[in-house]
Ligand binder design. Structure first.
Ligand SMILES: [Zn+2]
Ligand SMILES: [Zn+2]
Length: 441
């Protein structure tokens, strides 16, 4: 853990109220535009954190005694102390919410720097574990859980919903020796749906999961449910309706496994929260496959796959435009009508690409530096990588180039910049207008 203490920040001991325990930790983002300059300048991270504290101290409406968060996490993996451990947060919306969870903010926002780096996710995880070692319970939630706010933004919230895993960690599906296994609840799942999909009686699940037995109707994404080891894996098919628990006479043995094959995913629209930046689920794959069959295959340089990409957005937008829709109806995010047309095979296919002359590469303007940073995924990154390959920098890519910004992109760009005779920040691995112009020649 790379901890930056209050003393190192030049701050006095926190005046925030003591609080020794909480149910867990809530994750936040800044909610405003955050400069991508943070990515290349840790000094800017420290200044950002100090300015957040200054703005909180200046907030007379809240009468804050200190920065509202317990910790902040920066793109370089530093965990920066705020109120620290053992202090009540001021960030969760009201006093009862503040008492329930401590608070960590990731230095990302609604514009500019929106996607957390892997290093930032590690730092948030460091903060969670530090708080858990000092009185925080196991819950990991987003600010929006229980409070009307977009915080912590789509990408961070999607990570919270996956259980806030360390990047690169293999998904843990332990199979304990006691004949049980666990699954993690995903958005849209109910206990009844999990029981039905696993071919297990509800009474068995309630018996194995005393933590939910009193409130089986309020399981949440990220909750861990214990199942008999012989149960079928639970697909992410959303529940049709909440299932009523069976009568108490139901024997508490696993029901026989269903002999019919697992049904295809329901044609019902799975919900807008399954799509868009930061989502990663089977519906994104299914969406891409349906789009590819309707003329959208050319939007995919790889995939379709479960992780939402700019290819998905462009293919959806093209399909929506093919229906004659405009504005937000053609924003590239599928709604119920888009989904219905795709599932039923109705509506118009995506037309073939216009046979107009392709824009000469030299004329492609620099799209702006907001597209190139850790966590970014867009067609400009693909275009950059392909240009680097054309210029002889393909050896930096073990795979790709692709839409997702990787260390290979940064290293190849650095090498190209240094080959121009540039040094220092001119060869920082992030393309600017001149790098772009020379690469696109
Ligand atoms: Zn928040
Ligand atoms: Zn930093």
């Amino acid at each position: 853990m790379q901890l930056v203490t209050r003393a190192e920040l030049g701050w006095p001991t926190s005046a925030a109220p003591f609080q020794a325990t909480a149910r867990g930790v809530k994750i936040h983002y800044e909610g405003t535009a955050v400069s991508t300059a943070l990515l290349s300048d840790h000094g800017a991270c420290l200044r950002e954190w100090k300015s957040i504290r200054a703005s909180h101290l200046a907030n007379t409406a809240e009468n804050y005694s200190d920065v509202a968060y317990n910790f902040a996490a920066c793109p370089h993996g530093y965990l920066m102390e705020g109120r620290g451990v053992g202090r009540r947060t001021g960030a969760n919306g009201n006093q009862s919410l503040n008492a329930a969870h401590y608070a960590i903010v990731g230095l990302v926002g609604s514009e500019g720097l929106t996607e957390p780096t892997d290093a930032m996710l590690h730092a948030i995880r460091d903060g969670i574990e530090l708080l858990q070692a000092h009185g925080a319970g196991p819950e990991i939630r987003g600010h929006r859980d229980g409070y009307a706010t977009s915080c912590p933004g789509g990408p961070l919230y999607a990570w919270v919903q996956r259980g806030a895993p360390r990047p690169g960690a293999a998904p843990t599906i332990p199979t304990p020796a006691d004949g049980t296994k666990t699954i993690t609840v995903r958005a849209g799942q109910t206990l009844g749906a999990i029981a039905a999909a696993a071919g297990v009686a509800m009474s068995v699940i309630l018996g194995l999961n005393p933590q939910v037995a009193t409130h089986p109707d309020v399981i949440r994404p990220g909750d861990v449910i214990v199942l008999p080891a012989t149960a079928e894996p639970a697909p992410v098919t959303p529940a049709p309706t909440p299932t009523t628990p069976p009568a108490p006479t139901t024997p508490t043995v696993p029901a026989p496994k269903p002999t019919t094959p697992t049904p295809a995913p329901s044609p019902a629209f799975p919900g807008a929260d399954k799509f868009g930046p930061g989502t990663d689920n089977v519906y994104v794959t299914k969406l891409g496959e349906m789009l590819a069959r309707r003329g959208g295959g050319r939007f995919y340089t790889e995939g379709p796959g479960p992780r939402w990409s700019e290819s998905d957005r462009r293919a959806v937008a093209a399909f929506q435009a093919a229906q004659g829709w405009t504005g937000t109806a053609a924003d590239g995010i599928p709604g119920p009508e888009t989904w219905r047309l795709l599932v039923t095979g109705q509506g118009r296919d995506i037309p073939a690409a216009a046979p107009s002359k392709p824009v000469p590469p030299a004329m492609t303007p620099f799209p702006g530096n907001t597209y190139f940073h850790a966590g970014a995924s867009n067609r400009h990154v693909t275009q950059l990588g392909q240009a680097l390959v054309r210029h002889g920098y393909g050896t930096y890519y073990k795979q790709g180039p692709g839409p997702r910004w990787t260390e290979a992109d940064r290293r190849a760009t650095t090498a190209f910049q240094r080959a121009q005779g540039w040094r220092g920040t001119d060869a920082n691995g992030y393309p600017g207008p001149e790098t772009w112009k020379r690469l696109m020649r």
